[in-house]
Design a protein around this ligand. Structure first.
Ligand SMILES: [Zn+2]
Length: 68
């Protein structure tokens, strides 16, 4: 397993459209406001946006929200 691709996360998520587990393509890691990590990507079959919340805490401090 290659683990040196920070831009491309292979993760499984549930596609509500296919009603099945799918591999998330074009997945990017995001840190939510509560400091949790999530992966946002697309379903390889139908292209529906998938969002997978990762259980653990973020390894890095959460990014502060953009002040408007
Ligand atoms: Zn799908």
């Amino acid at each position: 397993m290659v683990r040196s691709e920070p831009e491309n996360f292979m993760a499984e998520g549930y596609c509500v459209k296919c009603k099945a587990k799918k591999e998330i393509v074009d997945g990017v890691e995001e840190i939510m406001k509560n400091g949790r990590k999530a992966i946002k990507g697309k379903c390889p079959t139908c292209g529906t946006v998938m969002f997978k919340i990762l259980g653990g805490k973020a390894a890095t401090p959460p990014t502060p929200p953009v002040a408007s």
